[in-house]
Ligand binder design. Structure first.
Ligand SMILES: Cc1cc2nc3c(=O)[nH]c(=O)nc-3n(C[C@H](O)[C@H](O)[C@H](O)COP(=O)(O)O)c2cc1C
Length: 184
């Protein structure tokens, strides 16, 4: 399905064009800017507005290097000026922390892209080694690691295709597949 550009507002276009970035310029990132992005993340929808999360900002080269060896997909954090570990605090919102923290991560990521930063993700959910490296207590949940920096202008995002919306939609009940979106 092709959304036509003139049907799109700027925000839709921004959302569709956002891609993960895995290569960065060595240009430093102002920590005040990161603070502002976290301020935006704190506005994400979350149950009871408890904000059950913490962001660990990682600028220490040794720590980033150690994290970059967690697995094959983690290498980009070594060269990013900033790493971010997003940690949930389940005791604050025991029923909803997972959804809450994911909303905050997405707000942070989109805010970063909106100011010209690139963000790369690293799968690190409850990764023991990463928790140890970062000194995260056992009762907190490491949700993800992010690499953040100004994108390398030569970085080409990987090929990507997305599912047709009709293939992920049901009407009223599970299994009812009859949505037809009018194409014009
Ligand atoms: C929970 C999660 C874990 C991910 N883990 C990694 C990872 O370990 N390494 C990596 O390079 N990208 C990782 N990604 C990025 C995905 O590969 C990427 O979002 C997906 O391929 C879609 O591409 P796009 O973000 O450019 O649209 C992860 C994304 C998410 C949401």
């Amino acid at each position: 399905m092709n959304l036509k550009y003139n049907d799109m507002n700027d925000i839709l276009e921004f959302l569709i064009k956002r891609r993960s970035v895995r290569s960065f310029q060595q240009k430093p990132v102002d920590l005040e800017l990161i603070k502002q992005l976290i301020y935006v993340a704190n506005h994400a929808p979350n149950s009871m507005n408890n904000e059950p999360w913490k962001f660990i900002i990682i600028i220490d080269e040794e720590i980033k290097k150690k994290l970059s060896t967690l697995h094959k997909g983690a290498s980009h954090i070594a060269l990013a000026p900033i790493g971010v570990a997003v940690v949930a605090e389940p005791e604050i919102s025991p029923e909803t922390w997972m959804v809450d923290v994911v909303n905050a991560i997405m707000y942070f990521v989109l805010a970063a892209h909106s100011v010209g930063l690139g963000v790369g993700w690293i799968a690190a959910y409850e990764n023991k080694k990463a928790k140890e490296i970062l000194g995260i207590p056992d009762n907190k949940v490491l949700v993800t690691l992010l690499s953040v920096g100004y994108p390398d202008p030569n970085y080409k995002p990987r090929e990507k295709s997305v599912k047709n919306p009709e293939s992920v939609m049901f009407l009223n009940k599970w299994g009812n597949m009859l949505i037809r979106i009018k194409e014009n």
